[in-house]
Design a protein around this ligand. Sequence first.
Ligand SMILES: C[S@@+](CC[C@H](N)C(=O)[O-])C[C@H]1O[C@@H](n2cnc3c(N)ncnc32)[C@H](O)[C@@H]1O
Length: 321
Amino acid sequence: MIIFTEEFRVFFNDLALKKIADQCLKASLDAFNVNNGNIPKWSVAIEELKTIPKTKIELNEPYISIGQNGNNTKIIETALKRLLPWRKGPFIFDNLKLESEWQGGLKWQRLQNHITPLKNRRVLDVGAGNGYFTLRMAIEGASKALGIEPFLLFNYQYAAIKSLSNSKINAMLLPIRLEEMPKLAIFDSVFSMGVLYHQRDHMQHLSQLMEMMAPDAELILETLVVEGPNGYSLIPEGRYAQMRNVHCLPSIETLKSWLVKANFKNIKVIDINKTTPEEQRKSEWIGDNAASLEDFLDPSDSSLTKEGHPAPTRVIIICQN
Ligand SMILES: C[S@@+](CC[C@H](N)C(=O)[O-])C[C@H]1O[C@@H](n2cnc3c(N)ncnc32)[C@H](O)[C@@H]1O
């Protein structure tokens, strides 16, 4: 069990967060308490990392970096390889560069100058993966950066990162789905990046995001889109770019109409970007011979996925409640 009651208590010691602390703790404990055959292996990794001296966590663009004296690289590598695949990053631990599948710095660059600066804001990062972006939000000065991510492995990856750091960083990751979050309008910035297309009910996701937002808060929404007029969406039969659980890819106009329907205002498209193999890349950190974007596209036409759909393009929208 990697729950961290002390860390939890310190993080939730905030007037607004205190109101949801008990429910968040219960949901997290329940999530960690499942029968998952990988937990013993993941726990070994955390125990191995705990033996290493803790040092400062900082940004060494695009890497989140935890420096050491160079003596622990092998132990760290062995431990972190028990937690494959590392989708989100990149990180540097000691002298070890962990080149994750996704080059997260590129997404951050696309939105960084458009969002309201995070300094002193309470931030919710929905579908946070291993917390790469949650940590960046805290490094940017968020008063609290809470990531929620139901996939347990990513929570263990986050615990691994945290176990090497002695910084009092205002970030926390909990194994909770947005649906399970106690609904209280307390977050000044809410991020939903790469999550909407995984939802069966996109309108429910948008209204649940809205419910978490304090007055005059900002939503930063990043999702897959397709070209087309207002009203058009692609509902893939089977997989999309080899991903399961991709339910609906709207056109940008359709997405904007969903946001209007969910009562968001000041809806601004700040970026449209076709995913490249530079951003989503093969790496030893997703396992030997594991596939990545280049394997998901049609080998004779990279504008299409293997299934014949338009290749992944992502939009970032900022709007207010
Ligand atoms: C494609 S990843 C995106 C990770 C990160 N936000 C990023 O932009 O790189 C989507 C993540 O959302 C999580 N997720 C899916 N549905 C969710 C929900 N209802 N509540 C919270 N997280 C969810 C998944 O487990 C997955 O790790």
